[in-house]
Design a protein around this ligand. Sequence first.
Ligand code: NAD
Ligand code: UDP
Length: 323
Amino acid sequence: MGTKREFGPQRILVTGGAGFIGSHLCARLLAEGQEVLCVDNFYTGSRENLQPILNHPRFEFLRHDVTHPLYVEVDQIYNLACPASPIHYQFDPVQTTKTSVHGAINMLGLAKRLKVPIFQASTSEVYGDPEVHPQPEDYWGHVNPVGYRSCYDEGKRCAETLFFDYHRQHKVEIKVARIFNTYGPNMHPNDGRVVSNFIMQALLGRPITIYGEGQQTRSFCFVDDLVEGFIRLMNSPTEVTGPINLGNPGEFTIRELADLIIELTGSKSTIEHLPLPPDDPKQRRPDITRARNTLGWEPKIALREGLKQSIPYFERVLRGQKR
Ligand code: NAD
Ligand code: UDP
């Protein structure tokens, strides 16, 4: 399907390309010889994340909000635009849902007109506070539709619905990835996510803030592994639509994460327990059987190794030199 160029680089649209994951994806696509059109409104992303590639001859940046239609010509679309950390997506929850839903409609409309494949950055949040563990793709989830996380969870669920309806109704080639907690360089240092929070607190010698008892679990994927999964999924055969879990099946309690970060930074930080936020999922671990079988993909970088590669980035941020 589609108007994919037979020769030369593909021109690839990355929405949300100035964000944490998007900036790594743009860099990787350029390294593979592709042309990249990065679209972002800098809601949570930044120019600094793009600094190493801003002047690359095959890179182009367009400041644009995906809740408005976009008229460009490209060969593939990666749709990542959406704030991802709870404090960011809860800051303006109506805008969060609009970004997920109107953004999906606009980008799917573009994919339909151009007849090109479109990738959706969905999330493990579609499983909510899961009652099935680990989570396979055929689990429908346990999501509160009216809570503080709903703008994000239900927005992403609705976006998935739109992707599958555009696929069934308009034959759009879709690639839906459900991303589990991901970390690495270029994370927003103050986005409140657990890895960035704990590393910043450890480096500053401040108390490590564990919400609740710290017995809730998460599975943390290093960003390079995730981006490899994105590219394999995008370039998989047409019939591979997803949804497909992308994440690291290694599961850790939040307490274990805190202890590991204290060890790796050599910090003297103490532990401080704070109240658990509402609807905080108790456990989360991807079943990645489908990704293994369909894409031959699995993460290669263990948490300890990935944290070692991430800590120097946060040290540079604290020294005021992001790169
Ligand atoms: P991020 O906040 O760093 O990046 C999101 C980017 O989207 C930012 O650059 C932001 O400015 C941009 N954006 C937001 N609203 C926009 C709009 N209306 N128009 C244009 N651009 C807009 O987050 P991230 O961690 O890089 O996440 C990227 C994608 O992956 C998101 O869709 C997120 O939901 C998904 N995801 C991330 C994780 C994770 O652990 N990081 C987990 C699951 C899903
Ligand atoms: N968390 C914590 N201390 C922090 C930040 C987060 O204990 O300073 C916990 C949070 O309550 C959740 C887990 O860490 O149980 C992961 O939180 P994050 O916001 O990174 O992502 P999500 O909840 O969306 O998986």
